[in-house]
Design a protein around this ligand. Sequence first.
Ligand code: PEP
Ligand code: MG
Length: 757
Amino acid sequence: MNETRASGPRVLLRRLRELMAAALEPQERLDRIVREIASNMVAEVCSLYVLRADSVLELYATEGLNPGSVHRVQLRLGQGLVGTIAASARPLSLSDAQKHPAFAYLPETGEEIYHSFLGVPVLRAGRTLGVLVVQNRTMRHYREDEVEALETTAMVIAEMIATGDLARLIRPGVELDLSRPASFTGLALNEGVGLGHVVLHEPRIVIKNLFAEDPETELGRLEAALGSLRLSIDDMLSRREVASEGEHRAVLEAYRMFANDRGWVRRLEEAVRNGLTAEAAVEKVQSDMRARMLHMSDPFMRERMSDFDDLGNRLLRQLLGHGPEMLAETLPKDAIIVARSMGAAELLDYPRDRLRGLVLEDGAPNSHVVIVARAMGLPVAGQMKGAVSMAENGDAIIVDGEDGRIHLRPQQDVEAAYAEKVRFRARRQQLYRELRDKPTLSKDGVTVDLMMNAGLSVDLPQLAEAGAAGIGLFRTELQFMVAAQFPRAEEQERLYREVLRVAAGKPVTFRTIDIGGDKVLPYFKDAVPEENPALGWRAIRLTLDRPALLRTQVRALLRAAGGRELKAMLPMVTEVDEIRQAREVIDREVRHLSRFAHDLPNSLKLGAMVEVPSLLFQLDELMQAVDFVSVGSNDLFQFMTATDRGNTRMSDRFDPLSVPFLRALKQVVDAGRRWHTPVTLCGELAGRPISAMALIGIGFRSISMAPAAIGPVKAMLLELPVAELSARLEQAMSGKGTDGSLRALLSAFAEEHGIPL
Ligand code: PEP
Ligand code: MG
């Protein structure tokens, strides 16, 4: 008895595989499949219902019910037992179906003579595609293993539906649910619009062999796969191109650490000992992790978990023999990657020239993969819950990284509207490219340096592409954020050297690590949760308390900049005395290196960021204490207006282009002029043409922004009569009743002078 129970599903699956491979008309194939299931499960009836785009379940095949009812019987989602199963995505097993409150009598089927009923949803990645039912005349109880067997069979049918096998059975105008257009709204994580075709990052691997007879053999397979996984990571790490890509390397190093994690390996081995095959064990440990991830609120723990998820996928590929190298060949030229969650290294595995966008079910603005995608210039939309199960490989898709929306299988009018948007953007990009080599002069001949912000080596090609005058802000903490442990001194030095090499003499301002606040390093054990992290132990406060961190970084910077100019900048300075303390650390390092006859920078400039309002009241002292100053308008505005910069509820409440904030900025510019200390600004404000215009109007002659912003800001600058705007602003900011926003004034000025904003 046990023998037949165990072999029943296996025999059925083998038969189904044969039927799928046979040269049959689709209807004939379906008819034979339901017949096969009925006979294998000793049921009088087996029926398949398929979900259509209009939320109707249509009978596609039956053994046992009236054959004339095929394609005629239709149930709405939620209607009858079948509709209930589809709506709830859960199986239903009843010994007397007609007693169930949801039972709906359909005279055309002749099903009244059947008492027992077992129905399971046809699921694919959590999405319902139809319902598979068996029925018996007698009142019987279906056993647990029969429910499981029918569910496994339904997985095979799901595969058939999803691969378009039923296409020829669909009447025109009644599409299957699978091809219904679907739109999702989530988070805009990186601007830009991408049109292309879905590439599911985790192609659905149907694990056919769940149960293993011999755990020892499976343990051997698991061990071998883990071995090759580790080797492949080592191999990637040793590749030349990886060595020069700092963050890629850091991520891979994190993977190497995880691949040797005892806890993870132990859980995998346990699952195998419980009777699963190696691949089923990976799936199980992975889905346990995923379930835990869903309930985890700490984003940094989630990030670590998703690294494990990523690693699990790699391991599955090892076990099933799908190498990532297959990707490049099969990847469409306009790939939009759709993933539940994703590790940064995995994104870097795809060939950049074929990527048009990234969609994540997870994804937070500061997750590693988003940081890297942003550096690669991909439109990114996140928090798209359900996108993975609704999408199929090859589906048309639009990702709108500006509004945080995606459109799957878009209708023609939506596609046409977006195609126009993309063409418009492309024309504009072309325009900006043409401006690239023009000098950054205003209409009345004022030079303004347009610099770019960066933080990863993937950013560097943008320096030439965007035509930036230099790097006004290099956020060194990003290297720390994509790593699994503190980057070693040599790794830091290697990145800084690379940056200076690519900059080829253009100025670069390295900001010392600005961690804490919203930039938490999960491996930094000294950090304790704070009630107000933005006001807490972060940036220079933290590095002055942990001088070893600062010393290591300063040494790496000094060594990397040997023989050239080094510009270093301190974040979140609150008191001028902090600059003196940091300078002491730097001086000590300079002395140390010169003692060992190291090649030192030929000039060392130390700057401070103006981000904490207290500095506004020590501007004269500040300007004397440093070689340059850069305003961090993101933080300065957050602290001046007491509004959390990450809180979307308040993001439009106060306007940075208002008189009080512009007055504060102007005071910084004026103090810089008094003391001949160069002043720049590197917050988001610099990257929007209207606010960049205001900044130039109040006296900034250097601003630093995201590389993509340089084109639009330059187009604005070329048409801007600076002196006239300055006079207009001066008047507006000194007059009475001018405590409100100057946005309207600025827009009107631009309109009047034909300035593109
Ligand atoms: C700022 O605060 O404006 C700034 C440039 O620094 P960050 O955005 O990295 O905090
Ligand atoms: Mg800041």
